[in-house]
Design a protein around this ligand. Structure first.
Ligand code: SF4
Length: 353
């Protein structure tokens, strides 16, 4: 890494280690991360502890899922020469900072986080009644602040989490920052995330079973596209349609080139093309995007040790940065590991005499 790295703003972002990634993950975050690597000093975290906040009982696949996420990251173009790519649980200082933050975070701050209420109401097949689930935004704050990140790329639904991180940083600084501010307040960087529907037209999500994975081979991508829902007004081939209300139209808008988009727009509205043909063009665009990624992934799949070595080296770099922050935190809180006798003892004026 060059010295100019130190002049760049620092970014922290991560994904829960829930296994292979889908196109929604790519469009919503990963594609943007790949671009950010040249402009920012990036730390990308495979958030395996966060995966436990909703699925704690069976940990048999945690490690494998972390590796799958990392393979998809490397396949998509995250570069360990440019960015620090690491596993959250391999940097135990996150847990120490999380514990200290949990002491100073009022319960009300967590209960009003919008995603907390939303997920408690909507996710019925998981046990979310745990302390870990309520406290996961505090762990997220520790993830960000342990690296003193300046910038956090987020979607709309995560802005509240960065705001909470800022509140925790302010509270920590005001309680313990007598010798100067310990934590900077990170800024949200809103990621422009185009709407990518899944094959059933709802948001692409693993829990809906409507995803196209970055690892899906060409025949499967084509098969999934074939079953994708279309503009319901186009019942017959002769009915004109509207790509603006069609999930396949959304796929085109994100992945197809201008010439194809024009053909789709004209052909759909005039019933000049059929949906099968239109879907095959969308599949072409996806295959063109995914093929080079899958080729890159193959090298790591054939030798997963390579990817694991990258994660280990990244975790080591992350640990070094995190250790410095924890030392400052301990110092600020009067809990440093160095022996510093209390003033009364040092001066021989023990009040108990
Ligand atoms: S032609 Fe394409 S955009 Fe139009 S309804 Fe069919 S699949 Fe959708």
């Amino acid at each position: 890494m060059t010295t100019s790295t130190n002049l760049r703003k620092r970014v922290l972002s991560g994904m829960r280690s829930t296994g292979k990634l889908h196109l929604g993950n790519y469009v919503g975050a990963l594609a943007n991360w790949v671009r950010m690597q040249d402009e920012y000093e990036c730390f990308f975290e495979v958030a395996d502890w966060h995966a436990l906040t909703t699925d704690y009982a069976d940990t048999s696949r945690v490690k494998e899922n972390s590796l799958e996420v990392a393979l998809d990251w490397l396949a998509a173009g995250l570069d360990p020469e440019k960015s620090v790519i690491f596993i959250q649980s391999h940097v135990p200082a996150h847990a120490e900072l999380h514990l200290l933050f949990s002491m100073i975070t009022p319960l009300g701050w967590l209960e009003r986080v919008p995603t907390y209420k939303e997920q408690r109401e909507n996710i019925k097949d998981k046990d979310l009644g745990t302390y870990g689930f309520l406290g996961y935004p505090v762990l997220q704050s520790a993830d960000i602040l342990i690296y003193k990140a300046n910038v956090v790329p987020v979607g709309e639904d995560q802005v509240a989490h960065v705001e909470l991180t800022r509140e925790i940083a302010r509270r920590f600084n005001s309680l313990y920052g007598q010798r100067g501010e310990v934590f900077p307040e990170p800024q949200s960087l809103l990621t422009p995330a185009p709407k990518l529907p899944g094959t059933d037209g709802r948001k692409m999500s693993k829990s809906y079973g409507n995803t196209i994975l970055l690892t899906d081979p060409e025949p499967l991508v084509r098969q999934k596209l074939k079953t994708m829902v279309t503009d319901p007004a186009r019942v017959r081939r002769s009915d004109p349609g509207n790509p603006d209300v069609c999930p396949v139209g959304d796929v085109h808008k994100i992945f197809s080139d201008r010439a194809t988009l024009d053909k789709v727009d004209e052909g759909c509205r005039s019933a000049g093309i059929g949906c099968i043909e239109c879907k095959s063009w969308a599949a072409n665009a996806l295959v063109q995007l995914l093929t080079p990624m899958q080729e890159r992934r193959k090298q790591f799949e054939e030798n997963p040790r390579l990817a694991w070595d990258i994660l280990e080296a990244g975790s080591q770099r992350a640990r070094a940065v995190a250790a410095k922050t924890i030392a400052e935190v301990r110092q600020a809180m009067g809990m440093s590991l160095d022996y510093e006798p209390p003033e009364s003892v040092a001066q021989g004026t023990d009040a108990a005499k």
